[in-house]
Design a protein around this ligand. Structure first.
Ligand code: GLU
Length: 279
């Protein structure tokens, strides 16, 4: 059975780009006589707001979409993600990183060859780590690519199927593109990659349909699937909509929201047609 999902984070109001993504996934499920799930990715309590979540339901219903209930809200399942994190830690795949964002950026800038734009680190010497822990210094958990590579005997077997541009292609995952990613932050117990991979498996998602901006994230997510023994869905990364200025829609650019469109009299039918879907 074909199962796909739309997984927005309630960190702002949805705009046309989200509508396109949700419609693309919903339409794919309809065509495949499959299931469409809505998942609310609200693990980052520092950025998520209840009014944004309420607007997600309102906007999607306005667009004419329906989804299965209950909706999985990630904030209600933090224990699941913590358990997955603990498994990785117990397997020696994580290390504590006490560096601030600025320190990481400086470290990257100092790297001898310009090509190294991602962070690779290592655990601190045990004594220093113990001292910092005792002093209550905050830290993030990073995934060690070196340890992951050792455990899996290399990344050659990490592949995934990308159907984004119509034809299916097998892609070699290159987790090294993202460096030693942070899997748990100082302020947020678990990071996006882990929760996404865990939930897609738990919910039996067979097809991940999402924007091209997340294509790069697939590489580390494929690695996490291998490390946690989870299945790999098929991926369809779709093109990103661009505005009249040729730039892609983004929350941070204050793109016109679906609420704005509604308020100025645009109907869901108008928008569906504009985005290339049957009204
Ligand atoms: N929650 C993510 C976002 O809002 C999307 C996750 C995904 O589709 O894998 O960008």
């Amino acid at each position: 059975m074909f199962v796909t999902r739309f997984a927005p984070s309630p960190t702002g109001y949805l705009h046309r780009g989200h509508a396109f993504s949700a419609l693309t996934a919903h339409e794919a499920a309809r065509e495949a006589a499959g299931r469409f799930l809505l998942r609310v990715e609200d693990i980052d309590a520092t950025r998520c707001r209840p009014e944004y979540e309420a607007a997600i339901y309102e906007d999607l219903a306005w667009l004419g979409l329906s989804w299965e209930e209950p909706v999985r809200r990630q904030s209600e399942h933090l224990n699941d993600y913590q358990a997955a994190l603990d498994r990785l830690a117990a397997a020696g795949l994580l290390y504590r990183c006490f560096r601030t964002r600025r320190e990481v950026a400086e470290e990257i800038a100092r790297a001898p060859h310009g090509a190294m734009e991602v962070f690779r680190g290592a655990p601190l010497p045990a004594e220093e780590e113990a001292r910092r822990l005792a002093a209550g210094e905050p830290f993030a958990w990073r995934l060690s690519l070196d340890e992951a590579e050792r455990k899996l005997g290399g990344f050659d077997e990490l592949t995934f199927v990308e159907e984004g541009d119509g034809a299916a292609r097998t892609i070699q995952a290159r987790p090294e593109l993202g460096g030693d990613v942070v899997l748990a932050r100082k302020d947020v117990g678990v990071a996006y990659h882990l929760a996404v991979v865990f939930d897609d498996a738990l919910q039996g998602v067979t097809h991940v349909i999402r924007g091209e901006d997340l294509a790069e994230a697939t590489h580390v997510q494929r690695l996490l699937q291998a490390l946690l023994g989870l299945p790999t869905p098929v991926y369809r990364h779709h093109r990103l909509l661009t505005g009249p200025d040729g730039r892609r829609f983004a929350k941070r650019d204050r793109a016109e929201t679906l609420q704005d469109l509604r308020n100025r009299g645009v109907t869901a039918q108008d928008l569906r047609r504009e985005l290339g879907f049957a009204a």
